[in-house]
Design a protein around this ligand. Structure first.
Ligand code: PLP
Length: 400
C-alpha cells in the first residue's frame, strides 16, 4: 500500500504554478524570463491598506480570530455587497477564508458526497476540476465555444444537468478567457436552473472589478433573486486590490451552508491572518479611487497585447471584456517544427518552446481544459508586454 491516497493520484498540480516555478528556476540560472503565466496584478497593494495592517500589528491584533472572520470585516463585506451588488446579507451569512480559493474548497468539502456532480464551463480555472475531485465529487466540463465568446449556453447547461448534479460553478469575468456574462446571459441560465430546484450555484466573482469598455459586471444572486437561497457568492480582495499574498477571500450565502463551511475551516486552517483581515476592512471601506486607475491600466495593456498578438501569423485572440488574460488560439502553429527539429504537437509543446526560445512564460490551454490555446496574462508593464510579444513573434517566425 503506497503512502498517497487514491483521491490524490487523480489530482493534478496547477499548471499555472508549475509554469511560474519553471520560469523562476530558469531565472535563477541567469536566463532573462518574462513571466506572463501568473494570475497576479503587478501593482503594489495601496498604501492605506498596508498602513491598516501596520496599525493592526501595533494595536496587538495578532491573535486568533473567530473562524468566520472578525466582526469588522464581515460587516465591511455586508456593506460591500449592498453598495456594489444590491445584495443584502447578514453578517452571519458571511464567512472569510484564505483567499477565494479556500472558500470554494470549503464549500465543496462541506456539500459534496461521493458521486455528486459539479458542472462548470470550460475553458475553466485550473483548480475547479481538481478541487471537486479532492472534495470527493465528479467534475463535469461543459465545453463553450469561441464563437459564443466562451459563454455557457442554456441548452448546454440543460444537457449537462442530471439527478446527481449538486452545483453549477460560474466564473465571470472568466479566468482564462476574460469572458464576462451579461445580465441577459445569467437570466437565460437562471431560467434553466428554475427547472432544477436541487442544483446550487457557486458564483466565483473574484474578477468583479476588472471589466472594460461597455462591459458590466453582473452576479447571479442579484440577477435572479429567487435563486439566492441556493447561491453561494464568492469574492475576495486578491485581484481587485492587488492583495494576492494577503490571502483574504469571502463567501456569502444561505446560513446552513455558511455554518458548514465554518465547520470545515474550523477544523483545518481556523481562519486567515488577523492582520490581513484588518487590511481587508480598509480595502473594502477605504478609498476606492485606485480601482479606476488599475482598471484603466489593465484596459490599455489588454488593447496593446491583443493588437500585438493578432499581428503574429498563427496566433489569434478575441478582445476579452474582463479579468487580465488573453486566451489565444494557436492551433495553426501545432504540427510545426522548431529550428532544432522538434515537432510541436500540443499547446504544452508550444508553451515550452516559447519559454526556451522567447524567454516568455505562458500557460498552455490544456491546463484550462481547452487544447489548442495558450493563456497570456497581461498583468505586467506595457514595456514587458511589448518585449514579450516581440520575442514570441520572433520565436514563432522560426517555426517551419
Ligand atoms: N477564482 C479564480 C477564477 C481565480 O483565477 C483565482 C486565482 O487565480 C481564484 C479564484 C482565487 O483567488 P484567491 O484565492 O487569491 O482569492
Amino acid at each position: 500500500m503506497g503512502i498517497l491516497s487514491s483521491k490524490l493520484t487523480a489530482v493534478k498540480p496547477s499548471q499555472t504554478k508549475a509554469m511560474t516555478a519553471l520560469a523562476a528556476s530558469l531565472r535563477a540560472q541567469g536566463r532573462s524570463i518574462i513571466t506572463l503565466s501568473q494570475g497576479e496584478p503587478d501593482f503594489e497593494t495601496p498604501a492605506n491598506i498596508k498602513q491598516a495592517a501596520i496599525a493592526a500589528i501595533e494595536a496587538g491584533h495578532t491573535k486568533y480570530t473567530a473562524v468566520a472572520g472578525i466582526d469588522a470585516l464581515r460587516q465591511a463585506i455586508v456593506t460591500k455587497f449592498q453598495r456594489e451588488n444590491g445584495l443584502n446579507f447578514t453578517a452571519e451569512q458571511i464567512t472569510v477564508g484564505c483567499g477565494a480559493k479556500q472558500l470554494l474548497f470549503n464549500a465543496l468539502v462541506a456539500s459534496l458526497d461521493e458521486g455528486d456532480e459539479v458542472v462548470f464551463a470550460t475553458p475553466c480555472w485550473v483548480s475547479y476540476p481538481e478541487m471537486i475531485k479532492l472534495a470527493g465529487g465528479i467534475p463535469i466540463a461543459m465545453a463553450t465555444h469561441i464563437d459564443d465568446g466562451f459563454i455557457l449556453q442554456p441548452d448546454m447547461l440543460r444537457k449537462a444537468l442530471t439527478p446527481c448534479t449538486k452545483w453549477l460553478m460560474l466564473n465571470s469575468p472568466s479566468n482564462p478567457t476574460g469572458a464576462v456574462y451579461t445580465r441577459k446571459d445569467l437570466e437565460a441560465l437562471a431560467e434553466v436552473l428554475r427547472d432544477y430546484p436541487d442544483v446550487w450555484v457557486l458564483s466565483d466573482d473574484i474578477y468583479e472589478h476588472l471589466v472594460y469598455g461597455d462591459a458590466e459586471f453582473a452576479t447571479l444572486a442579484a440577477v435572479a433573486p429567487d435563486l439566492a437561497p441556493r447561491t453561494l457568492t464568492v469574492n475576495g480582495v486578491s485581484k481587485a486590490y492587488a492583495m494576492t499574498g494577503w490571502r483574504v477571500g469571502y463567501a456569502a450565502g444561505p446560513l446552513e451552508l455558511i455554518k458548514a463551511m465554518n465547520t470545515v475551516q474550523g477544523q483545518s486552517t481556523s481562519h486567515t491572518s488577523s492582520i490581513s483581515q484588518f487590511a481587508a476592512v480598509e480595502a473594502l471601506l477605504g478609498d476606492q479611487g485606485f480601482l479606476v486607475d488599475f482598471r484603466r491600466a489593465f484596459q490599455a495593456r489588454r488593447d496593446l497585447v491583443v493588437g500585438l498578438l493578432n499581428a503574429i501569423p498563427g496566433l489569434e485572440c478575441r478582445t476579452p471584456d474582463g479579468a487580465f488574460y488573453v486566451f489565444v488560439a494557436c492551433q495553426e502553429l501545432l504540427d510545426s517544427k522548431t529550428p532544432n527539429g522538434q515537432h510541436l504537437e500540443t499547446d504544452m509543446d508550444l508553451a515550452m518552446y516559447l519559454l526556451e526560445e522567447a524567454g516568455v512564460a505562458i500557460v498552455p490551454g490544456s491546463g484550462f481544459l481547452a487544447d489548442g490555446f495558450i493563456r497570456i496574462s497581461y498583468a505586467a508593464s506595457e514595456d514587458e508586454l511589448t518585449k514579450a510579444c516581440a520575442a514570441i513573434s520572433e520565436a514563432v517566425q522560426k517555426l517551419s
